[in-house]
Design a binder for this molecule. Structure first.
Ligand SMILES: C[S@@+](CC[C@H](N)C(=O)[O-])C[C@H]1O[C@@H](n2cnc3c(N)ncnc32)[C@H](O)[C@@H]1O
Length: 223
């Protein structure tokens, strides 16, 4: 899969004109315009924040009595108030512990994407894995009634994840923003009104189970 995103389009130019560091801002704005989730005073966790346009948007709304916590491998170069940024892997123990101590959160939003390798099956599986893990983190650190917004690549386990989200939240929705590039197979999952981790929900994702079942005795994979 060779996606050419280098050409500036309407949303890239709009982001530049409006002082946002990335065109991704408009995807979150479209989600928020539809579902009205991000509000003043909230404590929000932004997974995969760099370069920082979602953070700019959220920081502007939650205001001085709210807080945004962001995490990314890359540093955020733009300054904004009411924010704490952690640099590192969301899945590392060190970052997880810090995020846990800064929680709980009114909303957890994730624009995380794996580095694509050009093989749709693998790219989608890795995107699903990021989503399962983010959802799993939310079970422990999202306040009751909170929301979860997460990007996922279509072609992986999005339907299974949606089924689980329907049990974990009062309502769960698909959303493809107009500002999402037509050639991109990303879509957003939106969970509203967090209830709790569904009963009987396994700690392992279907993908993790599949990997385990495909493992040889010596730890190498069958394929
Ligand atoms: C599409 S970008 C996010 C754009 C951002 N929402 C914005 O509006 O500027 C995806 C980000 O996810 C980050 N990412 C992916 N996996 C991650 C992980 N395991 N831990 C931390 N960051 C991760 C990448 O480094 C990348 O910066």
């Amino acid at each position: 899969m060779n996606l050419n995103y280098s050409k500036p389009d309407f949303y890239s130019r709009k982001a530049k004109d409006e002082g946002y560091v990335a065109r991704s801002i408009y995807k979150l704005k479209e989600i928020d315009d539809k579902f009205h989730l991000i509000k003043k005073n909230q404590h929000v966790l932004d997974l995969g924040s760099a370069p920082g346009s979602w953070a700019q948007y959220v920081s502007g709304i939650v205001g001085s009595s709210g807080r945004l916590v962001g995490v990314d491998y890359k540093e955020i170069k733009v300054a904004m108030p009411n924010t704490t940024f952690l640099v590192g892997n969301f899945f590392s123990d060190e970052i997880r512990q810090q995020l846990e101590s800064l929680g709980p959160y009114d909303g957890i939003i994730s624009d995380m994407a794996p580095d694509t390798v050009g093989d749709r099956v693998r790219d989608c599986s890795r995107s699903s894995d990021l989503t399962w893990k983010s959802l799993d983190f939310s079970y422990g650190y999202l306040k009751k009634g909170g929301y979860f917004i997460c990007k996922i690549f279509q072609g992986g386990e999005e339907k299974e994840i949606m089924e689980v989200m329907k049990k974990a939240f009062a309502s769960a929705h698909w959303f493809k923003p107009d500002s999402s590039r037509k050639i991109s197979f990303e879509i957003f999952l939106v969970g509203i009104g967090f209830i709790g981790k569904p009963q009987n929900e396994s700690d392992e994702s279907e993908y993790q189970k599949f990997l385990k079942e495909s493992e040889n005795n010596d730890g190498t994979m069958m394929w």
